[in-house]
Design a protein around this ligand. Sequence first.
Ligand code: ZN
Length: 280
Amino acid sequence: MNGGPTTEVINCPFCSGPESEYWTKENGFTAVKCSDCGLVYVNPRPIATLIDEAVKTGVHSDVDHGRTAIVRRAASNVRVYEKIFSSMYSDVWERTTPISWLDIGAGYGEVIEAVANLAPQGSTIEGLEPMEPKRNAARKRGLAMREGYLSDVKSRYDFVSLVNVYSHIPNFHEFLKDLKKVLSVGGEFFVETGNIGDLDAREVPSELDLPDHLVFAGEKNIEDYLTNAGFEIIEFRRRRKDGVINFAKNIGKKMIGRQVNLTLPYTSRYRSIMIRAALT
Ligand SMILES: [Zn+2]
């Protein structure tokens, strides 16, 4: 940077409301809660060019210790999403006609691998991933990966998914506009994100990864985003993530000095929200 400002003060990314109250602090960034709609968001947030740089490289040059967001492939997620999609889209898998599916922020491709295992033969299953090392690792596994952002995509898809990526997106209204341009007539959208906007800061199970994560929605925020943009919600599911296995993992993380809120299994209000919605 050439000495210019690295952050900017913003209004609420959902309702444009200027009023907010302090919610929490992490990595030198503050998250606030919108007084009008309840959305939790980083404010001030890194300027757009820095957000973009971090998305492509996984590194924040503006955060002191050059944190990295490059995590590893999680093979077990292929089975997890196969199970979820197998039941949420059973009507789709019963069809014999090929489908097209694009997963946005596909990472190492676990989600598209799951979809490919379920989809009818001849289907087009692709991932979109701006971070090169992840994209290349997925390609080496034989997965079809596209480079760049949703706004660069010119083809159309029957299904688009966004799994645990929502919090990275600076302006979800803009994202939904771009999404509508790539969905086929009657196309569908799947979104999964945590219900962190509905929790108190002290209830959050682990690190928030500010400022990689810029926004945290509650259930109503996500529903309103979608219905305002002309989507009809077909199915809404909540998934617990505070089972015994996660509890054990969190003890491990705590032992290596990570910031983890240890709560007893099955007592947390934290849920992963999963929505299947159709463009009407
Ligand atoms: Zn708001």
